[in-house]
Design a binder for this molecule. Structure first.
Ligand SMILES: NC(=O)c1ccc[n+]([C@@H]2O[C@H](COP(=O)([O-])OP(=O)(O)OC[C@H]3O[C@@H](n4cnc5c(N)ncnc54)[C@H](OP(=O)(O)O)[C@@H]3O)[C@@H](O)[C@H]2O)c1
Length: 309
């Protein structure tokens, strides 16, 4: 396949491009920067710039580009608008361009498949409920962002193209936005469970999120939402215990919920205290085998902390 990838320079994009090349596929990388290699093409979602001819030969588009949710320490109205708009405008531009290509050629030209990044935050704060793709959306700012992000792909769907939304859990990787911050806290002896510690974390390894994108690209039966999370979510208390064990550091602290809420505001509620216990029902039903189904093995692998026992 020739796969066009937006946001190919990011955490997931870099891993996915490597896997696509290893599988013998060709990649066209769409970037907002000046193209610096023959496989790169310029686009600018903020100003609606994407040359349809650049996509004409691609078999599929993987759309990852968006402002990083963990990039800012506190959200304000401007940052929240950017988190939403970078997702909705980029997706809408890709979907409209693909629809235009399909329409102008009577279906003979252009990619027939769009695999979009999405977030497990679609489900909102749902306590202990096990969430599959059959569940509806929940409350909260990020849940609303994800709903609009997915809806922005409607033009591609309306043009008869296959569209998949990978509702991704927090990627546990040493190069990710969340894990290095937590490791630092533990190194300073400040690691501990947050609030009640009962909130569920839906996570996935970098290898498996790249694997899930490849699976979506090659399995025609996948369409619509797909939970891209490991089969074994953990509570915050379990996560804290496992990370402490992997790092060989204590985790006696209990951080009262009020502390991060005062420092981080709404971001704390959305990212640290929202309870998401998602199950990768569609990935499992369609035969995806997780390389890293278990959190401790994943953390030991990415943090280069092999089990000493
Ligand atoms: N990592 C996670 O834990 C996680 C969890 C859930 C969902 N996701 C979603 O998965 C996708 C990829 O995640 P990632 O962690 O690989 O992201 P990332 O490392 O932050 O990379 C995203 C890429 O998007 C482009 N980009 C950045 N800001 C942008 C903007 N304002 N408008 C358009 N493009 C922009 C950049 O590429 P260029 O500069 O080359 O254009 C960047 O390399 C994102 O949509 C993210 O929301 C990630």
């Amino acid at each position: 396949m020739l796969v066009a990838v937006t946001g190919a320079s990011g955490l997931i994009g870099t891993a996915l491009v490597e896997r696509l090349h290893a599988g013998g596929h060709q990649v066209l990388r769409l970037t907002r920067s000046r193209p610096a290699a023959p496989d790169q093409v310029h686009w600018d979602p903020a100003s609606g710039e994407l040359d349809p001819d650049a996509l004409a030969k691609a078999d599929a588009v993987v759309h990852l580009a968006a402002t990083n949710i963990g990039e800012h320490l506190r959200w304000n109205a401007r940052i929240k608008r950017e988190l939403l708009e970078s997702r909705v405008e980029g997706t809408s531009l890709v979907a409209r361009t693909m629809a235009e290509l399909a329409t102008r050629s009577g279906g003979n030209e252009g990619p027939r498949l769009l695999v979009c990044a999405s977030g497990v935050h679609y489900y909102g704060d749902r306590g202990d409920a096990v969430l599959t793709e059959a569940d509806g959306g929940g409350p909260g700012f990020l849940a609303g962002v994800v709903r609009q992000w997915e809806a922005a792909a409607d033009p591609a769907r309306a043009a008869g193209l296959r569209v998949v939304h990978l509702r991704t859990g927090l990627v546990q990787d040493v190069a990710g936005a969340g894990l290095p911050k937590q490791v630092l806290m533990f190194r300073f002896g400040l690691g501990g469970r947050l609030g009640s510690g009962r909130q569920w974390l839906s996570w996935i390894s970098l290898d498996d999120i790249a694997g899930a994108y490849l699976h979506a690209l090659t399995h025609d039966e996948l369409e619509g939402p797909v939970n891209a999370v490991a089969p074994d979510p953990v509570t915050n208390a379990e996560f804290t215990r496992i990370l402490a064990r992997v790092l060989g550091r204590p985790a006696f602290l209990h951080v009262p919920a009020i502390a991060p809420k005062l420092v981080l505001g709404e971001l704390a509620d959305e990212l640290l205290f929202t309870s998401l216990r998602a199950r990768p029902a569609r990935l499992l039903e369609t035969g995806y085998t997780f390389e890293f189904p278990d959190l401790e093995t994943t953390l030991r692998h990415t943090l280069s902390r092999p089990n000493q026992r």
